[in-house]
Structure formats: structure tokens, C-alpha cells
Design a protein around this ligand. Structure first.
Ligand SMILES: [Zn+2]
Length: 300
């Protein structure tokens, strides 16, 4: 590959993006779809760098430095701040795109566009149908299924996947030679195929220790028969979105592991995984976390 993408895995996908540049086949809009913390935003940002920099993503020119700090006037970034993307923000964006600019491109990076209500989506759609010249949209989403079909038909979709555990182990071993093999293996297990989680865990021993406790607790918790016990367990997590996300991730991992080893359980594992996915979907759509979790607890 010509450029440094700073992600784990996804070689084919980023090679495809590089080929788009060299062959001049750059789409007006891309949608990077896949789970959290697997590198979608990093790829979007790097792609913006490569497109905008006059010196092949040199890391040192003013453009590169500005993009790095999210201060480049023609590289507009919408990070997921937990709120929906409002129609006024889309209108302001469209006005901004119609102004002339000195840069090579106008690049819009918008994270998790499933946060966009239909009204804002329809407003954006008009611009996607007739984009201003040299404008490139780089969208990400956690839930491809929740994107309006009219938007889907106007973007080039690239799917991101979880990173295999052995690939992650190899990568972390190279990156952190001073960390012992047992720690790297455990962190790779807890990361559940999400390199971003692995980096968080390796740089924060307290977080790693919390994960370990949660993992052990949830193993035990799955064997609780009493709904009362389950409700009690989730009560302390219901106001902590980070902990809820960790619980759902670790539950998924435990269920998948039990499925592979053929351990007996009172409900079909596939059904439980679907319920967990659906709970994730509900939580991203601002459903009351207590209700969503209690509903899950009743059904697994
Ligand atoms: Zn540069």
C-alpha cells in the first residue's frame, strides 16, 4: 500500500480506496458500515487526508496539520456526540458546501448517520443527488439496515468487519513489545474483534481490570435463573451507557464462545444473539435503557 492507514486489518478495503484515487474513480459519497471501534472513522479521516494533501499525505503541511486538529476549513467533521443530526445542521452544511473553496476538495465526514432523522436525511438527499463539484461525503454507520434506501442508492457502501483475534494478537505484539504475551492475549479476547477497544484496554490498566471483573460476573450471571437477580444486577448499570455497551459486548462474546463449544443452555444461542443486537439497536435509538435492558433480561 502507498499510504499509512493506521488500522488493523481491512487491507483489501483500503487498497480499494487507494485504487479509487489512482484510477480517478472516486465516488461522491461513501458509506463505511460496520461495528463500533473497528476503524471506520480512522479510515474516513485518513482518506480525507490523502484527498486533501498536495504532497501525498505528508503529515507535515498546513493542510495535514489542520485536518489532524479538525481545523481544516474544507474538511468538515461531524463526530457522534450522542445526539441526532438536526435539519438545521444539514442546511448550514449545504450552504457551506456551496461556497467556493481553495482546497482540492470539500470533504464531509459524518459519523453514525443513522442518527439523522428522516427530515434531515431528505434534506441531505437533494445534495447527494446533485453534489456541488469536488465534494466528497464520507459517512459511517453502525446499522446499515436503518439507513434510508434513497440514501443507500447514492453512496458506495464499504463493509467493515470485526478483526480476527489472531490478527489482533499479532498486531498488538508488534506495537507493544514490552507487554507480556498473556496480557496481550487476554486484551485481544476482551476486545471482541474491535481494535479500538484493545487500544483503550492496553493503555488503561484500570479499564482492563474492570473488564475482567465484568467478564467473570456475566459468566456467573448467565446462570442465574432468577429474574429478580438479573434485574438487580443491571440496576447499577442502567445510567451508565459505557457500562451497558460493555455488558452487551461481553455477553455477545460469552454466548458466541458457548455456542462454539456446544455448551448446553436453556435457550437457542442464535435467538439470544439476535435479542442482544436488537437491544443495541434500541439503545442507539434513544429507547429508555432500563426498559431495553429489562426486556433483554426477560428474554435470554
Ligand atoms: Zn500534507
Amino acid at each position: 500500500m502507498k499510504y499509512t492507514w493506521r488500522i488493523v486489518g481491512h487491507e483489501k478495503l483500503v487498497q480499494g480506496l487507494e485504487n479509487n484515487i489512482t484510477s480517478g474513480n472516486i465516488a461522491h459519497a461513501y458509506l463505511f458500515a460496520g461495528p463500533e471501534k473497528v476503524g471506520k472513522f480512522t479510515v474516513a479521516k485518513t482518506f480525507a487526508h490523502i484527498l486533501q494533501c498536495e504532497n501525498s499525505f505528508c503529515h507535515t503541511c498546513q493542510t495535514c496539520l489542520q485536518i489532524e486538529k479538525n481545523a481544516h476549513p474544507d474538511t468538515i467533521v461531524f463526530r457522534d456526540n450522542g445526539e441526532s443530526i438536526k435539519i438545521d445542521e444539514i442546511r448550514a452544511l449545504i450552504n457551506r458546501l456551496n461556497l467556493s473553496a481553495p482546497s482540492k476538495y470539500k470533504v464531509v465526514i459524518a459519523e453514525n448517520i443513522e442518527r439523522m432523522p428522516d427530515e434531515a436525511g431528505n434534506c441531505l438527499l437533494k445534495t447527494l443527488e446533485e453534489p456541488p463539484p469536488n465534494t466528497i461525503f464520507l459517512f459511517t454507520t453502525l446499522f446499515l439496515k436503518s439507513i434510508m434506501p434513497t440514501i443507500l442508492s447514492r453512496v458506495r457502501v464499504l463493509k467493515f468487519h470485526h478483526c480476527p483475534e489472531d490478527v489482533l494478537v499479532k498486531h498488538l505484539t508488534n506495537m507493544y513489545p514490552e507487554t507480556d504475551a498473556a496480557t496481550i492475549e487476554q486484551i485481544s479476547k476482551f476486545a471482541l474483534g474491535k481494535p479500538g477497544v484493545a487500544f483503550d484496554l492496553i493503555n488503561d490498566p484500570q479499564l482492563a481490570s474492570n473488564y475482567k471483573t465484568l467478564y467473570t460476573d456475566l459468566q456467573r450471571f448467565l446462570d442465574y435463573e432468577s429474574i429478580f437477580d438479573r434485574f438487580l444486577y443491571i440496576k447499577e448499570a442502567e445510567n451508565d451507557p459505557r457500562k451497558i455497551a460493555d455488558i452487551l459486548d461481553i455477553l455477545t462474546h460469552i454466548i458466541r464462545t458457548r455456542m462454539v463449544t456446544g455448551a448446553p443452555y436453556r435457550k437457542p444461542y442464535v435467538e439470544i444473539l439476535e435479542k442482544i443486537d436488537y437491544t443495541n439497536y434500541l439503545l442507539k435509538h434513544n429507547i429508555n435503557p432500563k426498559l431495553a435492558l429489562e426486556n433483554l433480561m426477560l428474554n435470554i
